[in-house]
Ligand binder design. Structure first.
Ligand SMILES: [Zn+2]
Length: 338
């Protein structure tokens, strides 16, 4: 089969790779209905994370089970399934506590930009839909695999509740879906921080009530202006830079919550500033598996449409263009059709 392989900065190729096979009896092989490019793939693509050898890419997936190992009991061939970027057993103490992305047996799934994918720990990792979903639901179901699950975790970690004021730092796909998550969780006021017209428009569609285009300390000042000098109850950090992290912490009111899901790159926090901020901080790789059943229901009932973040759809063999478009910010997120 052919799939995406990153050879170095800005060099993604669609090339021959070995088709996956069952290696462990707990594995499943899934035929992709859709896969996509993640904002976090761009850290590798831009050479910020060094790529020392050709690296298969992709960690977001949904599709039809082709084959399962002999120890797999709940997942069956023919089912439509969605899973997280971390495979998990869903039985260890960390999983039972709702932190499947911290599973004692977790395995990162990093080769999903291909027609077929091996998913380890299939029973614990995959969630099957009750029937094979309508084709138009595929983008939204695919989004649950990471970007929407991650945004939902950011909102959960930031303790978003009905009636609250929420600020979202970052207008990438996760930030935009952070707006959707805050809306779904009943936030009254949702301030999206964005300086791009098309993204501001989508933020409004997803439920943003205010847009702040200023960044850094000027952005913090604007959030304070909008909240009587207090700051937001909940702030979602969806970027992972020093500036975005400080923007999030400083935009949060005393006693408020910051949920951070941008993968930190070079972020350093000052103990004294944190001490005096009185802010709850929680984040990390999202335990997407915890949220899948609930989010799958919301999509199937057509109450949320997170697939709207895909503003570019390409056949999988044009994966290189999919990366380029996101790198150049011509696309928010690229869906790839095998
Ligand atoms: Zn576990």
């Amino acid at each position: 089969m052919r799939g995406a392989v990153l050879h170095g900065p800005r060099d993604v190729r669609f090339e021959e790779r070995d088709a996956p096979t069952i290696i462990k009896p707990t594995d499943a092989i899934v035929r992709m209905a859709g896969t996509c490019v993640c904002g976090s793939d761009l850290w590798d693509y831009r050479g910020i994370n060094a790529v020392t050898q050709p690296k298969p890419m992709g960690h977001e997936y949904c599709g039809i089970v082709e084959e399962v190992g002999r120890a797999v009991t709940s997942i069956k061939p023919g089912q439509f399934v969605i899973g997280s970027f971390f495979a998990s057993d869903n039985t260890c103490p960390n999983c039972r506590a709702g932190y499947q992305s911290g599973c004692q047996h977790r395995e990162f799934i990093g080769d999903a930009q291909a027609p077929l994918l091996r998913v380890p720990l299939a029973d614990g990792t995959l969630v099957a839909t009750p029937d094979v979903p309508a084709g138009d639901l595929i983008p939204s179901l695919l989004a649950l695999s990471d970007v929407m699950g991650t945004a939902w975790f950011a909102a959960d970690a930031a303790n978003v509740k009905p009636g609250k004021t929420v600020a979202v730092v970052g207008d990438g796909a996760v930030g935009l879906l952070g707006v959707l998550s805050a809306k779904q969780k009943g936030a009254e006021r949702i301030i999206a921080m964005s300086r791009h017209d098309s993204r501001q428009k989508l933020a409004h569609e997803f439920g943003a009530t205010d847009i702040v285009s200023a960044r850094g300390d000027a952005g913090v000042a604007r959030i304070k202006d909008l909240t009587d000098g207090i700051g937001a109850d909940s702030v979602l950090e969806c970027v992972g830079t020093q500036e975005s992290m400080m923007q999030a912490i400083r935009s949060t009111r005393a006693g408020g919550y910051g949920g951070y899901v941008g993968v930190p790159h070079g972020v350093k926090l000052d103990g004294a500033e944190l001490f005096y901020a009185h802010v709850y901080l929680h984040g990390g790789p999202a335990p997407v598996r915890r949220y899948l059943p609930e989010l799958i229901d919301l999509v199937r009932e057509r109450r949320i449409n997170p697939g709207k973040v895909f503003d570019l759809t390409l056949p999988l063999d044009q994966v290189a263009e999919g990366y380029r478009a996101m790198d150049e910010r011509r696309a928010i997120k690229t869906l790839l059709r095998p």
